[in-house]
Ligand binder design. Structure first.
Ligand code: EPZ
Length: 416
């Protein structure tokens, strides 16, 4: 049982850099399974989810070495081993092995994935898409068996622009037999990064970043060195840490173009932003203003992953703000914990009504999931007195060296 201990009320000041993106790294690691030879991923931050996926991939006979922050993966002798359910339950991204195995070996046996408990999180879109590409899928006792010996091309129209389903179709198709077109594809920057990585290895993917992606199959992928994009969610969480503590901070590695919906709301709250190519400087106002209703949705709308961190800020803005969560049905689980810290929030179905209070106060709280936990960290940074955040493991999944990083900006935070 790990925890963060935070003595709140310190204005954050200084400059901080953002690490590589967790949600870009996870599909790219699965993509490395399609390559015969050494893939070097540079600047890999030690997120718990990434470490867990590397452990899983090792069990498929992928050789893995860590060298000065880089991870070297060699999948030349990889096998599509069945991963024990206890491991794949640790992270949602384990489902991406399905596409990688189908693409490389034409068969796969995987167990159902786990991940943050933020909703039902079914995988029907992933499985239906593969079925449309000729994969025969049987589900028995929690194991998904895929026979892709007749893998074919075609047009796959997603009912919802799912990030994971889009990634799985790409992974299954780059070494396929025929051209695949994905309609209503997810447009997240992490999809673009997966496509850039695979294209650098020799794949032929066009249209990533739009809702129509075309994958023309190639025979083989070649080893490369690659540095994934920076983590937009971590970058924006740091900006919020500056804002909520009435601080003045510079965040390096956060791009305006990837965060427009979020940055608009931050400006509306009264924060002053100075935006350079990939550095944003934030000056927090003396008095915040309420923001218009926030609606989370698929990229480029306001990201669901920043919903709880932003609610932490709204909880100290005088007046009433409304947030509607449109992506995951259980993403307000952290609210009772924020209420323990003095926040006034009412939740009905997928809508939260936040009535700002003057000050939050330190309390003993429990992280319910990764981003909900990040919201509690932010609340604790501005609260009066001490906060203990239990279940810190949830937070480590997507924020690495958080105590050191926030500490470098002046926060009094310990991890133990
Ligand atoms: C990715 O999850 C991210 N995870 C999530 O990050 C992020 O919140 C989410 O995209 C949305 O941006 C990774 O990249 C590893 P989806 P994913 O498939 O792929 C429903 C974080 O904190 N759905 O786009 O699982 C699903 O239930 C996290 O870093 C189906 O119904 O997201 C959800 O309501 C958590 N059937 C919605 O679609 C399916 O087969 C969006 O899910 C698949 C999804």
């Amino acid at each position: 049982m790990s925890e963060f201990l935070i003595d709140g009320g310190v204005r954050l000041e200084g400059s901080i850099g953002v690490q590589t993106s967790k949600n870009a790294l996870l599909p790219i690691i699965c993509g490395a399974l399609l390559v015969e030879g050494e893939v070097v991923l540079k600047n890999v931050a030690p997120y718990l989810d990434v470490e867990n996926l590397l452990d899983i991939v090792k069990r498929c006979d992928v050789k893995i070495e860590h060298e000065f922050g880089a991870v070297v993966l060699d999948a030349s002798s990889a096998k599509p081993s069945l991963i024990p359910s206890a491991l794949s339950k640790q992270l949602r991204a384990s489902i991406l092995l399905l596409g990688a195995f189908v693409g490389r070996f034409r068969h796969a046996r995987v167990t159902f994935p786990g991940g943050c408990e933020i909703g039902l999180r079914p995988i029907d879109l992933h499985l239906n898409a593969l079925r449309e590409l000729g994969v025969i899928i049987e589900e028995n006792h929690g194991i998904i068996n895929c026979d892709a010996s007749n893998l074919r091309g075609g047009v796959v129209m997603l009912d919802f622009a799912s990030v994971g389903a889009t990634e799985n179709i790409i992974l299954a198709s780059v070494l396929g037999a025929e051209e695949v077109t994905i309609l209503n594809a997810a447009r997240e920057p992490e999809i673009v990064d997966l496509s850039n990585f695979l294209n650098r290895c020799g794949a032929n993917i066009v249209g990533a970043g739009t809702n129509e992606i075309v994958i023309k199959p190639v025979k083989k992928l070649f080893p490369i060195e690659y540095e994934p994009i920076k983590d937009r969610i971590v970058g924006c969480t740091y900006l919020l840490a500056g804002a909520i503590t009435h601080g003045n901070i510079e965040v390096r590695g956060v791009k305006y173009a990837q965060n427009i919906s979020f940055l608009k709301k931050l400006c509306q709250s009264g924060c002053q932003l100075n935006i350079k190519s990939d550095t944003i400087t934030l000056k927090s106002p003396k008095t915040f203003q309420t923001v218009d209703m926030i609606e989370t949705n698929v990229y480029p709308a306001f990201p669901t992953d920043l919903q709880s961190p932003f609610v932490a800020l709204l909880s100290i803005i005088k007046g009433v703000c409304i947030v509607r969560e449109n992506v995951f049905e259980s993403r307000f689980k952290y609210v009772p914990e924020l209420i323990k810290m003095g926040a006034k929030i009412k939740v009905k179905n997928n809508v939260a009504l936040i009535e700002g209070v003057e000050k939050l106060s330190g309390a003993e709280v429990w992280a319910t999931d990764l981003r909900g936990g990040a919201g509690l960290i932010l609340a604790a940074l501005c609260a009066n007195g001490y906060t203990t955040i239990h279940n810190a493991n949830h937070i480590l999944r997507g924020y690495s060296n958080l105590a050191e990083n926030l500490g470098s900006l002046g926060a009094r935070i310990k991890y133990k």
